[in-house]
Design a binder for this molecule. Structure first.
Ligand SMILES: C[S@@+](CC[C@H](N)C(=O)[O-])C[C@H]1O[C@@H](n2cnc3c(N)ncnc32)[C@H](O)[C@@H]1O
Length: 233
């Protein structure tokens, strides 16, 4: 991950998020207390044994920054043969996702409450994922914040290492200038080829349900770009 020298001269990580102090509703709080032991995986800088965690060997899908988790839970419910791992730092979103998980009764879902970069680096083994979903990553529109954007050459290389050859990375954004950045970063990577790129008005997403931030972008009159990048063998 990108780093910058802090005031003390110590290296300080530049993260793709700021911790928002969004308040948990009472039901989200209860869901975290009762369901985290069922669906949650604690962050530790140690490789996970995913077969043991999910109780089977199956293709695995990672969603980075799942927000309120509606899309993640819907995908897990509609694809019971795949295992889904969601990573998010926003506590109310995690609470909301747990409520949805209980409602649908999905068994093929686990959540990690931590920076996805560190999860990819330390917890996920090489070639452990079939698919990575990154839907509407924070666009960090101000130039001085561009260094916070999650899509960077280092991130793309890390994702490539965690995907099986032929695995796919699905990205969507409603931010035209970020779309140009994503095209550029993936265009420079020899580890991925662009298998599909689609510009649309929320009506032709690539193989995913509509997300909360997509709806927000559409209300603001934004166009959506969806990509499917394939990990080159
Ligand atoms: C703009 S929101 C999109 C949420 C959801 N994917 C959607 O489309 O509705 C981006 C989300 O990514 C999360 N996020 C950003 N950087 C992250 C990181 N490094 N690790 C985990 N989550 C991250 C934020 O907390 C936020 O909830």
């Amino acid at each position: 991950m990108a780093s910058a020298a802090g005031e003390t001269g110590k290296k300080r990580a530049i993260r793709s998020f700021v911790r928002r102090s969004g308040r948990l509703t009472a039901s989200q709080q209860r869901a975290i207390e009762s369901l985290w032991p069922v669906y949650g995986i604690e962050f530790r800088p140690k490789r996970l044994d995913l077969d043991q965690i999910f109780g089977r060997a199956a293709p695995r899908v990672l969603e980075i920054g799942f927000g309120n988790g509606d899309t993640l839970v819907r995908q897990a419910a509609s694809d019971p043969d795949l295992d889904f791992l969601g990573v998010e730092v926003h506590e109310p979103g995690i609470g909301h996702c747990l409520i949805r998980a209980r409602e649908t009764g999905v068994a093929n879902l686990r959540l990690i409450r931590h920076d996805a970069i560190e999860v990819l680096e330390s917890q996920l083994p090489p070639q452990s994922l079939s698919r990575i979903n990154l839907y509407f990553p924070d666009p960090w529109p101000k130039k001085r914040h561009h260094k916070r954007r999650i899509v960077s050459p280092a991130f793309v290389a890390l994702c490539a290492e965690r995907l099986v050859p032929g695995g796919t990375m699905h990205i969507a954004t409603d931010w035209a200038e970020y779309a140009g950045h994503i095209d550029e970063v993936f265009g420079d990577s020899h580890r991925f080829r662009c298998a599909e790129r689609r510009k649309h008005a929320g009506d032709r997403p690539l193989d995913r349900p509509m997300t909360k931030f997509e709806r927000r972008g559409l209300r603001q009159g934004h166009e959506i770009v969806d990509w499917r990048f394939e990990r080159v063998a």
